[in-house]
Design a protein around this ligand. Structure first.
Ligand SMILES: Nc1ncnc2c1ncn2[C@@H]1O[C@H](COP(=O)(O)OP(=O)(O)OP(=O)(O)O)[C@@H](O)[C@H]1O
Length: 237
């Protein structure tokens, strides 16, 4: 069987108020889109930060492509967690070129890669506009273009539809489906259960820092199934 692109076991990281991640196993296989859903504060962003080495776990292990985090080839990873990072004074094109360089793309390939990313996220008319002057949604498109342009094998996106208009949501959907078809492993968090159900092969529900179950992406009333799971977990706690 193919090695998981990411494999985390027994992850724990709690904060002073007792919230955080309290013992999570999670993995994503190559070619899979795995969605994480949960209420505000359930721990989705914290879990993603742990997987990306942005936070250190108190317990548990994470491997990416079979490697412990300190040996990971980060050029093969693309992520957008929290806010899209862009230098305000640089244009979209310049920001993307910088992002490509930071991901180790060879200089000769950068202009073509950046042009393709701009076209894919339909940023053409803003390509030479400074990031400071972009609308929120176009800033999000820029962040997504930067996370996806270098053809990462493992993609982590935290609420990527934030601020996107309906055409941006469709572009993102197509971009993720295309990459998973090509073998990339995708982990995505979202509050939009219908959107998640369209693209994910697997949907895990996080509540109070633990994975409490999964939802069937083809289920008839996924919203109801979500609330039933969360409610039962809250009652049991
Ligand atoms: N650096 C931190 N210091 C202290 N507490 C934190 C920190 N980061 C997250 N938390 C707490 O951990 C809990 C989980 O937060 P997290 O952002 O992971 O949730 P989430 O599921 O992503 O929520 P949302 O859907 O609102 O984005 C929250 O109670 C939050 O306040």
């Amino acid at each position: 069987m193919a090695e998981h692109a990411v494999d985390a076991r027994g992850l724990v990281r709690t904060f002073d108020d007792g919230t955080g991640i309290r013992g999570v196993d999670i993995w994503v296989a190559p070619g899979e889109i795995h969605a994480l859903v949960g209420l505000n504060g359930a721990g989705k962003s914290t879990l993603m930060r742990l997987l990306l080495g942005m936070l250190t776990p108190a317990d548990g292990t994470v491997t990416i492509a079979g490697q412990a985090l300190k040996h990971v080839d980060w050029a093969a990873v693309g992520h957008l967690v929290d806010y899209p990072l862009a230098y305000r004074e640089l244009t979209c094109r310049q920001n993307l070129a910088l992002g490509a360089r930071l991901h180790g793309v060879s200089p000769a390939k950068i202009p073509g890669m950046v042009a393709a990313a701009i076209a894919e996220l339909q940023l053409t008319q803003y390509a030479d506009r400074r990031a400071a002057k972009l609308s929120l949604g176009n800033k999000q498109r820029l962040g997504l273009a930067s996370a996806l342009q270098h053809d990462p094998r493992f993609i982590v996106l935290d609420e990527p539809t934030n601020s996107l208009d309906p055409s941006g949501v469709i572009l993102l959907r197509e971009a993720l489906l295309r990459r998973s078809d090509e073998g990339a492993a995708v982990l995505v968090s979202s509050h939009h259960l219908d959107e998640v159900a369209r693209i994910a092969g697997r949907i895990s529900v996080l509540n109070a820092g633990r994975v409490i179950g999964s939802l069937d992406p083809h289920g008839v009333d996924i919203e109801r199934a979500f609330f039933d799971l969360v409610h039962s977990d809250d009652v049991a706690a």
